[in-house]
Design a binder for this molecule. Structure first.
Ligand SMILES: O=C(O)CCC(=O)C(=O)O
Ligand SMILES: [Fe+2]
Length: 302
C-alpha cells in the first residue's frame, strides 16, 4: 500500500539549513522533485484538519474591506480607498489593514501550518528568516495549502494591486507578477536586516502581531534620497506599510518579543520595475480595478 502524501512529505529527508543558505544544487533538486508531493500533502493537511474555509475577507479591517468592495463595484468610488492611507514618510503609506481582533485566525492558521511538518522553504534570500515561509506558487517549497492560496490570491488581486496603482500610478503595467513571504523577527533568532531596496515595483508589508503581543525595537527605518531624511516606523497589530521597492529600508534589531509580518511584492514580467521618477500616466479607474490576464512567468527573485 502506498503512503498518503501527507505522511510521505512529513518523513522525507530534508536539506540542511547550511545547504539551503549555500543554495546547493541538491537543494534545488529537492524542491523541484517534491513540488507535486508537497502540494498534495498541503491539500490533505487542510482537509484532515478541517481548515478548508477559515481564511476569508473578515480578516481585513472593515472600513478598508467596504471601501475596496465599493471600488470594485464602481471604480469611480476608489477615492475612499485612497483616503484610508496616510503618507507617513516620503513615498511610504500606512493604514489599518487587518482587523486586530480577527488576526488570531490567521496566526492560528500559520502556526498550525508550521506544525504540519510539511517542508517549507524559508525566505533565505534577503532575510535568512527561520520562522518564515514562501507564500507564492512561483517559489519552491511554498505554502501550498489551497485555502491559504485562495486567501493570498485575493489579497494580491483584489487588494494589493489596485491599491498600489492608486497610490503609485507609475507601477501600472509593472504589477502583473506576485511574490510573497512571511517573516518572523525574534530577539534570540533572526533580529534585523541591513539596509536594502526590494526588487519589486511595490512592497506591501503587513503586520500580524496580535493585540497585546508586544515587542521592543524592530522598527523599519526608511531613507529618502531627495531629502536625505531617515525615519524609523513601527508596526501596530494589523497595520500595513506600502512603498516602492526602490525606497531603501532597514529592519532594526528586535530586543524583546516577536514580530510577524507578510511581505508582498508586485513586479512586471521578468522582474521589470518602473524607472525611478518615471512620469505618472493618467489611468482610468476602471483599468486600475482589474486583474491582468497574464500568467505567472515563474520567475522568483530569491
Ligand atoms: O522588517 C520588516 O518588516 C521589513 C523586511 C524587509 O524589508 C524585507 O524582508 O525585505
Ligand atoms: Fe525589504
Amino acid at each position: 500500500m502506498t503512503l498518503q502524501s501527507l505522511e510521505r512529505a512529513r518523513t522525507i529527508e530534508r536539506p540542511t539549513r547550511e545547504a539551503q543558505l549555500q543554495r546547493a544544487p541538491s537543494v534545488q533538486h529537492f524542491w523541484d522533485q517534491n513540488t507535486r508531493l508537497f502540494e498534495a500533502a498541503w491539500a490533505e493537511w487542510e482537509t484532515d484538519t478541517d481548515r478548508a474555509s477559515v481564511l476569508d475577507e473578515s480578516l481585513f479591517d472593515a472600513k478598508l474591506r467596504t471601501a475596496v468592495a465599493q471600488a470594485w463595484a464602481d471604480p469611480t468610488k476608489e477615492g475612499a480607498v485612497k483616503n484610508q492611507w496616510k503618507e507617513v514618510f516620503p513615498g511610504v503609506y500606512e493604514t489599518q489593514f487587518f482587523d486586530p481582533e480577527k488576526l488570531i485566525v490567521l496566526r492560528d492558521y500559520m502556526a498550525a501550518a508550521a506544525d504540519a511538518e510539511i517542508p517549507v522553504r524559508p525566505p533565505y534570500g534577503i532575510s535568512l528568516n527561520r520562522g518564515g515561509a514562501m507564500l507564492d506558487p512561483r517559489s519552491q517549497g511554498y505554502l501550498a495549502a489551497p485555502n491559504f492560496q485562495t486567501f493570498y490570491r485575493n489579497l494580491m488581486d483584489a487588494y494589493m494591486r489596485p491599491i498600489s496603482r492608486l497610490l503609485f500610478p507609475d507601477v501600472m503595467g509593472y504589477d502583473t507578477q506576485t511574490f510573497g513571504f512571511s517573516i518572523q523577527w525574534q530577539a534570540d533568532a533572526d533580529t534585523s536586516l541591513r539596509a536594502h531596496t526590494d526588487a519589486s515595483s511595490v512592497t506591501l508589508n503587513l503586520n500580524l502581531n496580535l493585540p497585546g503581543e508586544e515587542f521592543s525595537g524592530s522598527g523599519v527605518r526608511f531613507f529618502d534620497h531627495a531629502t536625505r531624511k531617515i525615519e524609523e516606523l513601527t508596526f501596530a497589530p494589523g497595520t500595513a506599510l506600502i512603498h516602492h521597492g526602490s525606497v531603501p529600508h532597514e529592519s532594526m534589531p528586535i530586543t524583546a518579543g516577536e514580530r510577524s509580518n507578510f511581505v508582498l511584492w508586485l513586479y512586471g514580467n521578468h522582474g521589470q520595475v518602473p524607472a525611478p521618477g518615471s512620469p505618472h500616466p493618467v489611468i482610468d479607474p476602471k483599468e486600475r480595478w482589474s486583474i491582468p490576464n497574464v500568467p505567472s512567468d515563474g520567475f522568483a527573485p530569491f
